[in-house]
Design a protein around this ligand. Structure first.
Ligand SMILES: [Cu+2]
Length: 155
């Protein structure tokens, strides 16, 4: 079968691009063991109401001044809401969902994680100054997704 030179060049360019994209995903995952943090820790989404950490939507201060915020996202709200944390202290967010996939984004910061039922997403952020922040869901989760907002108050 005759294939024109330019056609062959484009075919191999396509194969090279696909191989490069696969490499960008596979090398960090396999060689460097870089995986989404949510794949590390699991939790039973059906038992969150009796879970020692997530049942009450706790905001837990540690001895060193840092704070752990355990967030449960559910259609169409966050618990706890509002979240009150101190400024200039490391805030560790531990986020999960009780029903469908949600997002947890603190607008204007780098705090942005998926809330996946069955998994715990964890990230740490230090708010440099006091203020009020909007928390929004950025994963489409249902009819009132657009109304799924929370408030985060930094004191
Ligand atoms: Cu949503």
């Amino acid at each position: 079968m005759y294939i024109d030179l330019y056609e062959r060049i484009w075919m191999w360019a396509g194969v090279a691009i696909i191989a490069m994209f696969l490499g960008v995903m596979i090398v960090p995952a396999v060689v460097m063991a870089i995986n989404p943090p949510s794949h590390v820790e699991t939790v039973d989404p059906a038992a969150l109401s009796s879970h020692p950490e997530f049942a009450s939507g706790a905001i837990t201060p540690r001895d060193d001044g840092s704070v752990v915020v355990s967030v449960v996202a559910s259609t169409f709200a966050y618990g706890p809401d509002p979240i009150e944390v101190p400024a200039n202290k490391p805030i560790t967010f531990r986020i999960t969902s009780s029903d469908v996939m949600h997002g947890f984004q603190v607008v204007g910061t780098n705090v942005n994680a998926m809330a996946i039922p069955g998994y715990v997403s964890q990230l740490t952020y230090t708010f440099p100054r006091a203020g009020e922040y909007l928390v929004t869901c950025n994963e489409y989760c249902g009819l009132y997704h657009h109304a799924m907002v929370g408030k985060l108050i930094v004191r």
